[in-house]
Design a binder for this molecule. Structure first.
Ligand SMILES: Cc1cc2nc3c(=O)[nH]c(=O)nc-3n(C[C@H](O)[C@H](O)[C@H](O)COP(=O)(O)OP(=O)(O)OC[C@H]3O[C@@H](n4cnc5c(N)ncnc54)[C@H](O)[C@@H]3O)c2cc1C
Length: 469
C-alpha cells in the first residue's frame, strides 16, 4: 500500500470544476438559435470580450441590432475561470507594454487607466454585484535574488504615475505572512479582485436589457463571405450579419488561420476550503490584494469573498490546442501546483482543496490583444490577452469594434491594433516546443544547462521569456 502525500490527500474530495461557476446564482442559459436571423453585428463567443463588445455597440448606437452566439454557455471559457486579479494595463503589464510598444507607452497607460475607470462606472451603471474588492495588486519577490526585479517593477510603476509602494521583507510579510517572500511592490489604486462569473453574468443581463439577442449552445460551425456581409451557420440556424466579431479567445473558432498566431495554453488553479479565523490570523492578508510572484513559472493568489485561497499558475499545453483536456480533471496535474502552494503557505499544510480546474489562455508572442482581419475586414478576430484579460477585454472589445467599423479612432492607429503578433509553429513542432519550454521554465530556477539557450531561442521568436544571465 502506498502512503498518500499531503497534496494527494488535499485533493481527495476536490471538484474538478471552476469554483466561480459552481454557484446557484448561475443564470439559466438562453435558448439556442433554431431559425435564420439577420443583424447588424454578430458576436461569436460570450466571454468578457463578446459581452463587452455587445454592450459597447449598444451604448454607441442603441439602434444597432446585435446578436451573440455562444457554443456552450456564458463564461464557460476563460472568463469563468480566471484568478480575476484586476489590472490597469491593457498590454499584459507595464514591462510587456514597454517591451512591445516603448514609444506608445504613455498613450497605452492613459488608455488603461481610462478603461479601468470606465469598467468601474459600468458596474455601477448596470448594477452588477460581483464581489469587487479594490485591495490593489502586489508583486512579491521569491528569494533575495528577485528583490532587484521588484525594484525594477516599482520604478516603472512610479514612472507611469501609479500609486506604487516598495515593501521590504518585514513589510511584505506583514501583508501576507509567507516565509519565502523577500520584498514586494504594492500598486494600491485601480486594481483588486472580482468574482469573474458574477461579472460575466451581470454583463449578460446588461446586454439582454440593452436589447442584445443571445443564443447559447449555438456554436459557429462555418462562415461564408456574402460580399458584403457574412453568413454564419450554427447546428440549427444561421445568422446573416453586416459585420462579425470573433470573440473566441483560445478556442480560435471562426477561421483556421487564427491559430497561426494564437496557441491554446492551459493555466491551472486550486481553491481551498474557507480559512478559519485562526488560519486567517496566521497568514494576515488583511488588505486582500491580488498577488503575483516572481517565480519563472509565475504563481498568483487571492482570497475569495468567503476567505478561500485561490492559488494558480502552472501552465500546460495539450496536442492540437486541445481546449478541453480530460487530464486536467483529475488530481495528478495539480500536484506540482500544490508543491508551490505548500512552499508559500507552510502553515496550511492540512488544508483541503475544494475546487481545481484549468482554463484556456490565448497565448501569442505579444501576450496582448490583437486583431486579425478576414473577409475584407467584414469579420475580425479580437483576442490574445493571455493571462491578463479581465479588464483588458473591455478595452480590446471597444477598440475591436472601431477596427471592425473601420473608423478613424486614434486607438486603431496604434501599433498593437494595426499590426500582428508573430507566427507560432504548427503541430507537431508546437507541442514539442511547448513541452520543452515548459519543462525548461519549470526547472530554470534550480538548474541551467541546455535550458538557457533554449529559452533564449524562444525569446528570439518573440515570446516574453528571459533566461537569467
Ligand atoms: C486560469 C486562468 C487565470 C486567469 N487569471 C487572470 C487574472 O487574474 N487577471 C486577468 O486579467 N486575466 C486572467 N485570465 C485571463 C482572462 O480570463 C481572459 O483573458 C479573458 O477571460 C478572455 O475573455 P474572452 O471573452 O476573450 O475569452 P473567453 O472567456 O474564453 O470566451 C470565448 C468564448 O467563445 C466561445 N466559443 C468557442 N468556440 C465557439 C464557437 N465555435 N461558436 C461560438 N462560441 C464559441 C467559448 O465557449 C467561450 O465562451 C486568466 C485566464 C485563465 C484561464
Amino acid at each position: 500500500m502506498t502512503t498518500k502525500t499531503a497534496a494527494e490527500k488535499a485533493l481527495l474530495k476536490t471538484k474538478f470544476f471552476p469554483f466561480w461557476l459552481d454557484n446557484e446564482a448561475a443564470p439559466e442559459p438562453e435558448a439556442p438559435l433554431e431559425e435564420n436571423v439577420q443583424c447588424d453585428l454578430l458576436i461569436v463567443g460570450a466571454g468578457f470580450t463578446g459581452l463587452w463588445a455587445a454592450i459597447h455597440a449598444k451604448e454607441a448606437n442603441p439602434q444597432c441590432d446585435v446578436v451573440i452566439i455562444e457554443s456552450e454557455c456564458v463564461a464557460i471559457g476563460a472568463s469563468g475561470r480566471p484568478a480575476a486579479i484586476l489590472s490597469t494595463s491593457v498590454m499584459h503589464g507595464l514591462d510587456n507594454s514597454e517591451r512591445l510598444f516603448p514609444t506608445e507607452m504613455d498613450e497605452l497607460e492613459r488608455l488603461g487607466k481610462e478603461n479601468m475607470d470606465g469598467f468601474k462606472k459600468a458596474l455601477v451603471r448596470y448594477n452588477i454585484d460581483c464581489d469587487i474588492e479594490w485591495g490593489g495588486e502586489l508583486t512579491v519577490a521569491i528569494g533575495d535574488g528577485a528583490i532587484e526585479d521588484i525594484n525594477g517593477e516599482y520604478e516603472i510603476y512610479k514612472k507611469y504615475g501609479h500609486d506604487a509602494h516598495f515593501l521590504d521583507k518585514a513589510a511584505v510579510q506583514k501583508e501576507l505572512n509567507s516565509p519565502i517572500f523577500s520584498a514586494g511592490m504594492w500598486s494600491k489604486k485601480r486594481s483588486g479582485t472580482v468574482h469573474p462569473a458574477k461579472l460575466a453574468w451581470g454583463l449578460k443581463r446588461a446586454a439582454l436589457e440593452l436589447g442584445v439577442r443571445i443564443y447559447e449552445y449555438s456554436p459557429l460551425l462555418k462562415s461564408k463571405h456574402l460580399k458584403p456581409g457574412v453568413l454564419v451557420t450554427t447546428p440549427k440556424g444561421s445568422v446573416k450579419a453586416n459585420k462579425v466579431l470573433l470573440a473566441t479567445n483560445a478556442f480560435a473558432a471562426g477561421s483556421k488561420k487564427i491559430k497561426r498566431r494564437v496557441s491554446a495554453i492551459r493555466d491551472r488553479i486550486v481553491v481551498t476550503e474557507p480559512l478559519t479565523d485562526e488560519q486567517m490570523a496566521v497568514i494576515g492578508w488583511k488588505n486582500r490584494q491580488g498577488i503575483y510572484d516572481t517565480r519563472t513559472q509565475l504563481n498568483y493568489m487571492r482570497l475569495t469573498s468567503d476567505n478561500r485561497i485561490l492559488f494558480g499558475g502552472r501552465l500546460g499545453y495539450f496536442f492540437n490546442d486541445n481546449t478541453d483536456p480530460v487530464a486536467d480533471k483529475s488530481a495528478k496535474n495539480f500536484l506540482p501546483l500544490m508543491t508551490q502552494f505548500y512552499k508559500t503557505f507552510p502553515s496550511l499544510a492540512n488544508i483541503k482543496i475544494s475546487h481545481a480546474w484549468s482554463g484556456p489562455i490565448a497565448l501569442t508572442t505579444r501576450m496582448a490583444v490583437h486583431y486579425q482581419h478576414y473577409y475584407n475586414g467584414d469579420m475580425i478576430y479580437a483576442g490574445g490577452y493571455s493571462g491578463f484579460g479581465v479588464t483588458a477585454s473591455r478595452f480590446g472589445a471597444r477598440v475591436g469594434l472601431e477596427v471592425l467599423n473601420k473608423t478613424d479612432a486614434p486607438e486603431t492607429k496604434l501599433e498593437f491594433a494595426s499590426s500582428l503578433p508573430g507566427y507560432i509553429p504548427p503541430e507537431p513542432f508546437r507541442w514539442l516546443g511547448a513541452q520543452l519550454t515548459m519543462y525548461a521554465l519549470d526547472t530554470l530556477d534550480e538548474k541551467r544547462g541546455w535550458r538557457v539557450p533554449w529559452v533564449r531561442l524562444v525569446e528570439k521568436m518573440g515570446f516574453p521569456v528571459t533566461p537569467p544571465v
